[in-house]
Design a binder for this molecule. Sequence first.
Ligand code: DGT
Ligand code: MG
Ligand code: MG
Ligand code: MG
Ligand code: MG
Length: 268
Amino acid sequence: MAKSKFEYVRNFETDDTCLRNCYIVVRLDGRNFHKFAEQHNFTKPNDNRALSLMTRSAQSVMEELDDIVIAYGQSDEYSFVFKRSTNWFKRRASKLMTHVASQFSSSYVFYWREYFGEQKLLYPPGFDGRVVLYPSNHNLRDYLSWRQADCHINNLYNTVFWTLVQRGGLSTSQAEDRLKGTLAADKNEILFSEFNINYNNESPLHRKGTTLVWEKTDESTTKKIKLPQEEEKEITVTRTRKKIAALTCDIIGDEFWEEHPDILENDS
Ligand code: DGT
Ligand code: MG
Ligand code: MG
Ligand code: MG
Ligand code: MG
């Protein structure tokens, strides 16, 4: 094919191929969701409609894009982990990140009504994205542990903070003062002794965030078949299908990883 004299401009594109053997993580985070949550009347500290919509959008990302083996979300963020050996879009960081961000954002708007009903979407929300590479299973697990620990720390703080305000009658600045310098144990104690709340019994969705994984399920269907010179008969066909499961469990300890041995690929 003849090339135009403009063709050389291609050479200005920079190479952003992700290093081989590394897990590619794309993390999205809602742009200015402090304001977005206020304007759309999100309940405090957790709005289950908003969390479910985030998860629905993440599910769409996993279904529509190739090679995502696990996703983890909390608050206004979601992390997507591409399998170590993926060669999707030749591992080009910008392609992977922009596909994740745009599929997620359009899904968030597309499914908005299913979760928010009468509450109108007042303006188009945006999400930033970043790509981080993790060269070992240990690093990848620590990354996901970091996000889940962050979820726990924020949720414990927000739970006590809003309990002090909503049930304890404190103003927001009084609640802030009250919590200044407190440790996790102190916060648990405030909840327990003053409000009879055992933090461990609070919703696991709020304490642990949401983990999306692929699960294999066997689906059986019956089919009528007719072979030449034989009676028509019914047979059962079993097919293994991949389905996304949304879990609200701990992913820091070993148990989850022992139960899902297919997510990590051996260091090699
Ligand atoms: P950014 O990410 O730098 O553009 O700014 P923000 O405002 O998105 O800050 P970020 O991502 O650090 O914090 C998330 C905000 O989203 C935080 O202010 C609280 C809000 N948010 C997230 N989930 C909920 C929820 O379920 N309920 C309420 N009321 N607010 C939420
Ligand atoms: Mg931020
Ligand atoms: Mg944000
Ligand atoms: Mg955030
Ligand atoms: Mg194209």
